[in-house]
Design a protein around this ligand. Structure first.
Ligand code: ADP
Length: 468
């Protein structure tokens, strides 16, 4: 059978408190009781000694007489306290005897004490015993006293009252602390279980596909807060993945629809004999197929980068060498558009993934060429600070509208879609460049003005630990 967390915590706390209180009460009682008994026994011993010594003072040696009046007073007061005395002189003659004096009172006292003890402490099994003490002065014995009392010890009415009060106090303290602890336990259990229950609820909702839910609670308990932040993180990344997936599916189908429609309609026209399959037309279809092939290739590229497994294969690289290499690759395209290209500045080598950084330069330069007008100019400028190296690439091409600037690094985003379809872009290049730069712990940004040109700036830290 499964109990919920709150019930379990409450029960455990209550049990622990119950055991502690029972333990303390039991041993407290035992210990205090034992000490009290010892104390009473000692007190009784002192009392008897006191009676004996005050009685012994009532003998006048010079005259050989006893002060019987005083002995009577002492004897009676001892009797009321439970000690039955009988004083004898040296010859064994009775000087004063409580029983002889008031037989009934003595019997009454003895009965009271026995009853009290048997009723309240039955396990003690005590009886009345008598003990004889000798009166001595200067090593000379002048009489004896016989004292009868309840042995080993007895409690007076007051002693019993004290013991009862003590037990009541212990009981009240125990009950109160039990109630308070159970209440605190229940509150604590609720305090601990509430955020966990909420987390469970949110997790269920996440599992049902509601990725936008978050737990906005600080509990002050480290482990629970860690759990909450992990769940929030999980929800956020699931939400991001879900959005990416949706966007990707939409974009891919959108990207494929156009070339497939062109292919389908053209091939239909040809198979129906309406169009002749001329070389020119077949070449057109081939171009559409190539476009689709390129798209698939770029998607593969993106998937590799997206899968969070950008493994950076780092070595010492020189940015200006990479830039010059890439320019050589694009020589034909640059010549076709009569573009002038320049590289200025220099910077020191950094530890980075050369192939990936080359990909970034390829994507930026191919865009600059694509979106430059005939006869335009493209310039690279290398920069270095104490902690970073970087470059910017500037063109004086068509530029990007200001309202589009925040989105161009998003995948499949193309400013002015109709225009860019002609240029063959698919809107992935900048997204890839951004992922690579960020995997290196760097940043990429853009400034642009329509019809004046664009400037992309890449900054990489000299030391970075990101990327695997
Ligand atoms: P694409 O394959 O379409 O070029 P990118 O991700 O490389 O995809 O670029 C996204 C969009 O940003 C492009 O469609 C284009 O509108 C704009 N863009 C990128 N670079 C430039 C540039 N140098 N000049 C003007 N527009 C640019």
């Amino acid at each position: 059978m499964k109990h919920n967390l709150r019930a379990k915590l409450s029960i455990v706390i209550a049990l622990v408190v119950l055991l502690t209180v029972a333990f303390i009460s039991f041993f407290g009682n035992l210990f205090i009781g034992e000490q009290f008994n010892k104390y009473i026994a000692k007190l009784q011993e002192q009392k008897i000694n006191e009676i004996v010594s005050t009685l012994s003072l009532q003998y006048e040696k010079s005259t050989g007489a006893w002060d019987v009046d005083f002995i009577h007073t002492i004897g009676m007061s001892a009797l009321y306290e439970g000690y039955i005395a009988a004083v004898y002189d040296m010859e064994g003659r009775t000087v004063w005897d409580a029983q002889a004096h008031d037989m009934d009172l003595c019997a009454q006292v003895m009965e009271d004490i026995s009853d009290r003890m048997v009723n309240n402490v039955p396990q003690m099994d005590g009886t009345f015993t008598s003990e004889t003490f000798y009166f001595t002065r200067n090593n000379e014995t002048f009489g004896t006293v016989n004292i009868r009392y309840y042995s080993p010890y007895f409690f007076s009415e007051n002693d019993f009252e004290f013991l009862t009060a003590l037990n009541t106090v212990l009981l009240v303290i125990g009950t109160l602390s039990l109630i308070i602890s159970v209440l605190i336990g229940i509150l604590m259990a609720r305090h601990l279980s509430r955020p966990i229950l909420k987390t469970v609820d949110v997790t269920k909702r996440i599992a049902d596909g509601n990725y936008d839910v978050r737990i906005d609670e600080e509990t002050g308990t480290k482990e629970i807060d860690m759990l909450i932040s992990s769940i929030n993180h999980l929800a956020a990344s699931l939400e991001k993945q879900e959005n990416l997936r949706k966007q990707l599916t939409e974009d891919v189908s959108h990207e494929l629809r156009t070339p497939i429609a062109v292919l389908q309609s053209h091939i239909e026209l040809m198979t129906e004999g309406i169009w002749d399959p001329t070389t020119e037309r077949l070449e057109g279809l081939c171009e559409e197929i190539q476009r689709m092939g390129k798209l698939v290739e770029e998607l593969e590229n993106l998937a590799r980068i997206d899968s969070n497994s950008i493994k950076l294969n780092k070595s010492m690289i020189h940015l200006h060498e990479i830039i010059n290499e890439v320019i050589r690759i694009f020589e034909a395209g640059i010549a076709d558009k009569n573009l002038t290209i320049s590289v200025d500045g220099d910077c020191s080598a950094i530890n980075a993934d050369g192939d990936r950084i080359r990909q970034v330069v390829v994507n930026l330069l191919s865009n600059a060429i694509k979106y430059s007008k005939d006869g335009g100019a493209i310039s690279f400028e290398l920069q270095e600070t104490e902690e970073t190296v970087g470059f910017q690439i500037k063109d004086n091409g068509q530029g990007i509208p200001e309202n589009e600037l925040p989105f161009i690094f998003e995948r499949f985003y193309r400013a002015d879609k109709s225009r860019n379809r002609k240029t063959g872009g698919s809107g992935i290049g900048l997204a890839i460049a951004k992922s690579i730069v960020e995997a290196h712990g760097g940043t990429i940004c853009v400034e642009s003005e329509i019809d004046r040109g664009s400037r992309f700036k890449v900054i990489l830290p000299k030391t970075n630990n990101r990327g695997l």
